[in-house]
Design a protein around this ligand. Structure first.
Ligand code: ADP
Length: 427
């Protein structure tokens, strides 16, 4: 998929996701406002019902007679003679109990003209009660003065939210699931894109690696078919050896592919025999001798390990060092230096393959043991490969319970430290 198409998909999906989140927030906000309205409405109904009960009480004939007696005694009727504090308290309590609001309220009967509190349960909440939106005039019950019953709910927000809890939590869960899915899809999309790039690179390299030996050997074969060649036996020899060399190269490459395939399916066969690591390193260096001479490379060998026998698979371990030396040569420019050293550490042997080549930048170092990974060098370096060598190396070292560590500085060189324990090959 084109980069632009991917970006458009991501932008559209992200915009839709933000849209959904905003819509959800809007609906939760609306639902909250609706619930709050319902709450306010029920408070008003409760208070109205309380007022009606106080009115009924005031109109009661027994109470009227009692009121007359008070009037004769005191000459003046107080607001608390009509709205008796204990009655107000129990009526409010009863009404809010029906609404399932138990102790979460404060109330007061006060005179609005001078903000004087007459009765109620209001300790510490005077200001809130004076500014509460639930104010109910008692003018129909008592005059003169401007008396009000005010109610305040300190945990009103919580009470309203409580009724919404289920929906809010459900929305949040759905949003989180959606967000995780979205991120996973984006991650997969990028991964797929990367994989397809890696696959294309691999096919390009494969074609190139196979084309060159095929072209070279067919050219040599054509030369051999020329009639005049019979008179030049030296040339016959040279062309035949070119064909043979190219054939070996192809064979090696096919072998490498087969080994990786076997590694993938877990059918790579390992033997557990006594292996002389120093002998193995000499074998590897012998096979690179001609190439190194051709390139005028400086080779330093410092095999100091006293104990250099381990239990492992000779063939795979030889391939490991062969790959490391091959890379040291391949990724060096100018007059290259390759250094191989060994020494003993607790429980095993350490082998270091060093070069003064192009090095590997920090950000690429963590990837180089991954399958098909090649450092993107663009056209700077012409070294060909499949990005499978170090993947195989790591698998073999891991199989021997060993460790491989890279130290590298771009422009200065790389060194691969391989630790192999004496005896710990997995069964
Ligand atoms: P390749 O077939 O590409 O060489 P490898 O798995 O052997 O595959 O190496 C992976 C990548 O690591 C290479 O493409 C190269 O960029 C980098 N690399 C490996 N060894 C060295 C080295 N000695 N110096 C610099 N870069 C290296």
């Amino acid at each position: 998929m084109k980069k632009k198409a991917i970006m458009i998909i991501i932008v559209l999906a992200a915009a839709s996701l933000i849209g959904i989140i905003l819509t959800q927030l809007y609906w939760v906000g609306q639902a909250y406002a609706l619930k709050e309205d319902q709450f306010d409405h029920s408070i008003r109904i409760s208070m109205k019902s309380m007022m009606n009960q106080l009115q009924d009480h005031k109109n009661d004939s027994v109470f009227r007679e009692e009121l007359e007696k008070i009037r004769c005694r005191k000459l003046k009727i107080d607001v608390t003679d009509i709205i008796e504090p204990h009655m107000l308290d129990s009526l409010i309590n009863q009404e809010f109990y029906l609404m399932q609001i138990n102790n979460d309220y404060y109330y007061a009967l006060y005179n609005k003209m001078n903000d004087r509190f007459v009765t109620g349960d209001y300790d510490g909440y005077e200001n809130e009660l004076l500014n509460s939106k639930f104010q109910f005039s008692v003018a129909s019950l008592y005059k003169p003065g401007d008396y009000f019953v005010s109610v305040y709910f300190p945990s009103k927000k919580y009470l309203v939210m409580e009724q919404l809890n289920f929906w809010v939590i459900l929305s949040i869960i759905f949003l989180i699931v959606l967000l995780i899915n979205f991120m996973y899809v984006i991650y997969t999309l990028f991964r797929q894109k990367k994989l397809s790039e890696v696959k294309n690179d691999f096919i390009n390299n494969l074609t190139h690696e196979f084309k060159t030996p095929i072209a070279t050997s067919s050219l040599a074969a054509e030369m051999l078919l020329r009639p005049e060649i019979e008179k030049e036996p030296a040339k016959i020899q040279r062309y035949a050896s070119v064909i043979l060399d190219e054939n070996h190269r192809l064979q090696d490459q096919v072998e490498q592919m087969l080994q990786i395939a076997a590694l993938e399916t877990g059918s790579l066969h390992y033997r557990s025999l006594k292996v002389d690591i120093h002998q193995l390193i000499h074998n590897v260096l012998n096979s690179f001798e001609i190439l190194m001479k051709e390139r005028q490379m400086d080779l330093q060998v410092k095999l100091d390990a006293k104990e250099h026998f381990i239990i492992g698979d000779r063939e795979h371990l030889q391939n490991v060092f062969s790959n490391l030396v091959d890379n040291a040569i391949k990724y060096s420019s100018g007059k290259a230096q390759v250094k191989i050293s060994t020494w003993n550490v607790h429980g095993g042997i350490m082998i270091r393959v060093e070069d003064n080549g192009i090095g590997i930048r920090k950000e690429y170092q963590k990837h180089i043991f991954k399958k098909l990974y090649r450092v993107p060098t663009g056209n700077i370096h012409e070294a060909r490969g499949f990005g499978l060598g170090l993947y195989y190396v790591k698998a073999v070292v891991d199989h021997h319970n060993g460790r491989i560590v890279l130290n590298s500085q771009p422009g200065t060189g790389s060194s691969f430290n391989v630790f192999l324990p004496f005896k710990s090959q997995k069964k």
